[in-house]
Write a protein that binds this ligand. Structure first.
Ligand code: BDR
Ligand code: CA
Length: 315
């Protein structure tokens, strides 16, 4: 059985990813740790508690970082993408059970120490909590099994950033944390826009979920109304990328992804803030920014049909 911590700025696509994890066989969600991003930390934490309660997810929720640990691109929350409440502005009642008192970073360290070599962190928001956990416990790379991150863009096949020409939101939202995590020696795999934007969900896909996946399907249908409106306004089509669930798909079926490896940096300032750069040939570069940095695994191509089939079958 795999033990997972889901670190999230829960958000529409984050909620879909949480349900994917919840219904996947052979996994145990040890904790849901929240971070500011798609909505404020108060709202992402409340959303985590709500989704947990509605779907009977047996996991504790820990509130995490309310802001980045360093300079970041933009400070607001994209309510035009996820709605003011972060869940497409559907109406729901306040969850009965609140988050724990302990912080997200403390919970990550405590679980890593309790289950050395067993915990996978699926991080689908800014990396502030994981960076804080590294500060609390520098030997975290020896304790965690791996970290699968949704974030970044490596500009393959014409893909560009979604918050600047070169930067993706989770990386740009806390570049200092991201660069620290990617250089920490943690066993890192990054699932970025190069693959999430190839894995497109349309209304037919949501309709299949609505009719075949019970309450989870109805919930996904309801929260994605707002999401599809946003994507339709920018692409003139009612379809959208499957971002955060792609990190879960990688965990469940890595054979659906092509991976390249090398030391990876995140630009922490200036016009390219948040850009993720994979150094495939560190020994050839004039700059020493890549030398001595541990390798990360970067997903650069995907069998999108296989991933969508897996999602549908799992739910
Ligand atoms: C990422 O940013 C967040 O808005 C989404 O939930 C996803 O994790 C996409 O850039
Ligand atoms: Ca997210």
């Amino acid at each position: 059985m795999r033990r997972v911590i889901f670190d999230t700025d829960i958000g529409i696509d984050d909620a879909m990813a949480l349900l994917f994890l919840h219904y996947a066989p052979g996994l145990r969600i040890e904790a849901i740790t929240t971070v500011s991003g798609n909505a404020s930390i108060a709202n992402t934490t409340r959303n985590a508690c709500y989704v947990r309660e509605r779907f009977g997810i047996d996991a504790r929720v820990f509130r995490g970082a309310s802001g980045p640990i360093g300079p970041a691109l933009g400070n607001g929350h994209p309510d035009f993408v996820h709605g003011k409440n972060g869940l497409g502005d559907i109406e729901f009642s306040t969850p009965l059970q609140e988050a724990e008192l302990q912080s997200a970073a403390e919970a990550i360290v405590e679980l890593a120490e309790a289950y050395p070599g067993e915990i996978t962190v699926v991080a689908v928001g800014r990396l502030s909590n994981v960076a804080k956990a590294l500060d609390l416990c520098p030997r975290l790379p020896d304790l965690l099994k791996e970290v699968v991150i949704m974030g970044g863009v490596f500009m393959r096949r014409g893909h560009q950033g979604n918050v600047s020409p070169v930067a993706e939101a989770n990386m740009a939202g806390d570049p200092t944390a991201a660069d620290q995590v990617l250089g920490s020696g943690l066993e890192v795999t990054v699932v970025g826009l190069d693959v999430t934007e190839e894995t497109v969900m349309d209304e037919a896909f949501v309709e299949a979920l609505r009719t075949q996946a019970g309450d989870a399907g109805s919930f996904i249908h309801d929260i994605t109304r707002f999401y599809f409106d946003f994507y339709e306004s920018i692409n003139a089509e009612r379809s959208c990328p499957i971002h955060d669930s792609s990190a879960v798909a990688y965990l469940l079926a890595p054979e659906h992804y092509h991976v390249e490896e090398g030391p990876t940096r995140v630009v922490c300032e200036g016009v390219a803030m948040g850009q993720t750069i994979l150094g495939l040939h560190p020994e050839r570069y004039e700059s020493d920014a890549w030398l001595g940095r541990p390798s990360c695994r970067i997903c650069t191509a995907v069998d999108a049909d296989a991933v969508k089939k897996l999602y549908l079958e799992t739910l």
